[in-house]
Design a protein around this ligand. Sequence first.
Ligand code: PAF
Length: 285
Amino acid sequence: MERLSALGAWREYARVQRASGRRIGLVPTMGALHAGHSSLFEAARSNGDLVLATIFVNPRQFNDAGDLMKYPRTPELDHHSAEQHGVGCLVEPTLEEMWPDYPNPTATTVSVRGISDTLEGAGRPGHFDGVASVVAKLFAVTGPCRAYFGEKDFQQIAVIRQMVRDLALDVEIVSCPIVRDGDGLAFSSRNVLLSPEARARGVALSRALRDVQKTRGCASVQRRRMREVLEESGIDVAYAEVVDPITLVPTGDDEVGERRALIAGIIDGVRLIDNAAVFVEARGT
Ligand code: PAF
């Protein structure tokens, strides 16, 4: 496995690979790799891509300094895991190269308005500007590629797809299914921050989604049901929403069809998110 850090060397590596006929499968990560990330590496490999993974804990997407400080970092384990899962090139850019002005703001920010302002964006102001800006930079340095993202961060994928459309970027976005642990909890780098007791309560997120997938009813009924399940487990609910899967506009009670349920809860200061496809019926049917 090739390991790079400098932007110039990374750009040149990607250019040479493309020139030799290889398709790059970019997997952007913030490290603390887990089974969810491995599934992205595997998806890129099974598409025949040369897997180029990045590890960069992007400070611009954290609206809370404490959250950034405690974000898990496991570099040695990450190198081993990347190598084991067939990553061809692991890039770990430095803060100085990614954001030379940090901690001052950059003059240029990518802001995907509307879709960034709801759900996670409402609770974490500026979060998606940080995500869109760093992902745009990863795309710019890597060049034309396929880029793989996990559906656990459903809103993140919607924001990135919108950015790619609006800026006509030469990148194909591949979204990969959520990977869950045996108890149903979606894999997340933040799970290691949970005490065993908090983790047991966290399982309520996937339970709420499974429950609502079986609940017949309109969007309001489904929202209420998810909230009940989360609150019964003592989870501080940030949101429990049912939305259009592309625009993320909340679903009205007169609508019928496939929608996406998204939830976020805070357990002992750790924010967890999850989501699933649901079917809503119009009220009174
Ligand atoms: O999903 C993540 O790990 C991050 O938001 C990403 C896409 C790597 C950007 O920093």
